[in-house]
Write a protein that binds this ligand. Structure first.
Ligand SMILES: O=c1ccn([C@@H]2O[C@H](COP(=O)(O)OP(=O)(O)O[C@H]3O[C@H](CO)[C@@H](O)[C@H](O)[C@H]3O)[C@@H](O)[C@H]2O)c(=O)[nH]1
Ligand SMILES: [Mn+2]
Length: 726
């Protein structure tokens, strides 16, 4: 100890190439100034009214894009990256002295989120390289499904085999599903392993097929129900949204018999389906997390809380130790409220071509344990690092370790003492379960600060961003950490519609924040520096962004600004992050699609909700796709395949631009003598839209755009063109 005490547990470095980036940003800024100068000096004569309006509209959109450009630069101005010293942590803390950690996994629907996927995630976090007596894993099931409960019961048994196996062979990733998909070749090299490997693999596959059989039948058979008392709780369930709380301690960490096959303790494992009643709003994932915070405080009350979505498995068994390096640092750790890991999405394992049609994505190739994992990093990786440099990263909803007090609403102050967790309470599991029922009931939160000042916030569909903001506004700091071996891998939606719907929810949630009293720009400058508030604007303004973009797509007069300087991420940055030119093109395509549909719909929907015409809803993202969809996804073919007004808009805009280009008559010429870039812009838009035309006219598979959508769009586009001509 002694000397060691003063060595920091983590280190912070500024991003590489920052100077280059700043020069680049400055040069673009100068270009923008020229454009404004041009706009102001060449204003059209007052008698040409149409031109004047087009001109003014363009000017406004340009102003908007310039502002957006400005805040995009603000986020990237101070990138910082962190690294940890886990060996110092181990040297400083005996295993018994390490703090407790509670892990929350959320699931909501057994059809969209298959129970086998959920338990693979649960098993991956149970297998963390951390003293198991200190770990408690909670599964919140908003689907209140006895099948999910059954799957978790199976997992609690399989854990007895799986955990020792992971320990012995340092298995990574510790999600059995992911591991067995990728480890076949590797085993050959490890002579000690094959025998055990095949036993465990067989046992996993047997379990998986049992669960799948039950899932397919939609019902837990009577003989299985006999195996655990917990199943009788479902006798009182009248529906997914009408049932009492169900809490089951599947593994009670205090029980000396709760050990794995090698006699080592197992982490506590709890199933929770909070009470739901039709007359109470359940607040989606935020409500689930708050119920988990209270229930876990009664059971394990650990000082740190990791939360993951059910489709986000642990890919790195050291993640908890990494996070603790930040929290436990004597010098700089006391005011850190949460450590956010990036959201990384797994696309495919080695040998499969990596599709990047859908995501705003950056490819990285990771070499770990001789295996190549290809994964796609959400573009927010840079943004997370940028937020961190500006005062604290945002909370992204998954892959985040929180300090319990900060999450529960406490203000940061120097005197704050960590609450000690005490797991020595001698009580029966059933009396604990009884207390927990009350904690997770619908009425518990009535007239309390839960969802407002305490816990995860309710006022937005992106509860994560809002919660992070309010924690920062209470003077806490937060950090972003991206270890060499990716910490978590999640699933991305595979169809275009799913992606657009997901972005619609995000944009809507962001708009809710913008229009609420929590609007970032209203925060106290001392608690949240201006640069951080401006950084948040990058997200808050998604929905309003759709108008400027629509203008720019419909009134093709934007070329210079658009392609070259005002896209949110430039080709240079993308390639710099290890992307490909093709990936960049796809990113531009999704950029256009999202802004002209998701964001627009989010805006309209939110207005309707404000006028009470519709109710808020959390559309859970589908995590399974049929084989056809998956094949197309792997072949990088965009999947339309359903009738959605979003597709009608996309197709109409695509056709409109095509007509504009083909006609090159009045419509285009009218403005092209002012700017001369219109034709080029049209070409770019048509080029970006090539897959859309293909999906309308040339494809035969089930992922094509349905004929009815094509017909509608043709009609609209023709009408619009006719209108524009006269
Ligand atoms: O009523 C609900 C709805 C959802 N969920 C869970 O919330 C998570 C996220 O839902 P998903 O449909 O996968 O949404 P994503 O768009 O992938 O989620 C992102 O965006 C959400 C906010 O919109 C954040 O909460 C998530 O952490 C973030 O990963 C999943 O584990 C769900 O099971 C619930 O527990 N209860
Ligand atoms: Mn998800």
């Amino acid at each position: 100890m002694g000397k060691n005490r003063h060595l920091p547990l983590f280190e912070t470095r500024p991003g590489r190439g920052l100077v280059l980036f700043r020069w680049y940003a400055a040069s673009i800024f100068i270009a923008i100034c020229f454009i404004f100068w041009y706009r102001l000096t060449y204003f059209p004569a007052p008698e040409t009214t149409t031109e004047t309006w087009v001109w003014v509209g363009m000017f406004l959109s340009e102003l908007w894009f310039t502002f957006y450009f400005f805040i995009t630069v603000v986020v990237r101005w101070n990138l910082v990256f962190r690294s940890t010293f886990k060996d110092r942590l181990s040297a400083r803390y005996e295993e018994e002295a390490l703090p407790g950690v509670d892990i929350f996994v959320c699931t909501a629907d057994p059809r969209l989120e298959p129970p086998t996927m959920v338990i693979s995630t649960v098993l991956s976090v149970m297998a963390y390289d951390y003293p198991p007596e200190k770990l408690s894993v909670y599964l919140s099931d908003d689907g209140c499904s006895d099948i999910t409960f059954y799957a978790l019961l199976e997992a609690s048994r399989f854990a007895r085999l799986w955990l020792p196996f992971c320990r012995k062979f340092k298995v990574e990733p510790a999600s059995p599903e992911a591991y067995f998909q990728m480890s076949a070749e590797r085993v050959v090299h490890d002579s000690a392993m094959p025998h055990e490997w095949s036993i465990i693999k067989k046992s996993y596959q047997d379990m998986k097929s049992r669960i799948e059989t039950v899932t397919r039948s939609g019902k837990v058979p009577a003989d299985i129900r006999e195996e655990h008392d917990g199943f009788y709780e479902w006798d009182l369930v009248s529906g997914r949204l009408d049932h009492p709380t169900i809490v089951q301690l599947l593994i009670d960490g205090r029980d000396p018999n709760a050990v794995d096959n090698e006699g080592k303790a197992l982490p506590t494992l709890v199933y929770l389906a909070r009470e739901k009643r039709p007359q109470f709003h359940h607040h989606f994932k935020a409500g689930a997390l708050n119920a988990l915070i209270r229930v876990s405080s009664r059971i394990s009350n650990a000082s740190f809380i990791l939360n993951v979505d059910c489709d986000v498995y642990s890919n790195n068994s050291k993640t908890i130790r990494d996070a603790l390096c930040f929290f436990l640092d004597e010098e700089n750790g006391h005011d850190i409220a949460y450590v956010q890991y990036p959201q990384t999405f797994k696309i495919a394992y080695a040998d499969i071509r990596i599709p990047d049609i859908l995501n705003v994505s950056i490819m990285i190739n990771m070499v770990a344990n001789d295996e190549r994992i290809d994964c796609v990093l959400n573009a927010s990786k840079l943004e997370l690092a940028g937020f961190d440099g500006n005062g604290g990263t945002f909370y992204a909803g998954t892959g985040c370790v929180h300090r319990r007090e900060a999450l529960c609403g406490m203000k940061y102050s120097k005197e704050l003492k960590a609450t000690k967790s005490d797991r020595k309470i001698r009580e029966t599991a059933s009396s604990i379960e009884q207390d927990c029922k009350a904690l997770a009931s619908c009425t518990y939160e009535e007239n309390t600060q839960w969802g407002k000042q305490m816990g995860v916030k309710y006022e937005s569909l992106v509860e994560d961003i809002l919660t992070g903001m309010s924690i920062q506004n209470r003077r806490w700091r937060s950090v972003y950490f991206n270890p060499e071996r990716t910490a978590f891998l999640g699933v991305v939606p595979t169809t275009l519609l799913d992606t657009l719907l997901q972005h619609k929810r995000w944009a809507e949630g962001q708009l809710q924040i913008l229009l609420s009293k929590h609007c970032t720009l209203l925060y106290d400058r001392q608690n949240m520096p201006l640069k951080l508030q401006l950084s948040y604007c990058n997200y808050m303004l998604w929905a309003p962004n759709s108008f400027a973009t629509l203008y720019f797509v419909i009134v093709p007069a934007f070329c210079l600004l658009k392609g070259i300087s005002l896209f949110p991420s430039s080709l240079v940055e993308f390639v710099w992050c290890g992307g490909t030119v093709r990936g960049w093109l796809n990113e531009q395509r999704m950029w256009l699609f999202k802004r002209t549909t998701s964001y627009l719909f989010a805006f309209i929907d939110h207005i309707l909700k404000l006028c009470r015409f519709s109710k808020p809803a959390f559309v859970v993202t589908r995590k399974v796709a049929d084989d056809d969809v998956n094949r197309r996804y792997e072949q990088e073919i965009m999947d339309f395949g359903s009738c959605s007004p979003m597709f009608t808009i996309l197709a109409t805009l695509a056709l409109f631009n095509l007509f504009g280009l083909v006609a090159t008559g009045d419509v285009v010429l009218k403005v092209s003598d002012i700017f001369g870039f219109q034709i080029l812009l049209c070409c770019v838009l048509v080029f970006i839209n090539l897959p859309t035309y293909q999906a309308m006219f040339f494809r035969r598979d089930s992922g094509k755009i349905p004929a009815s959508v094509t017909l509608q769009s043709l009609t609209f586009a023709l009408l619009a063109s006719a209108l524009a001509m006269y």
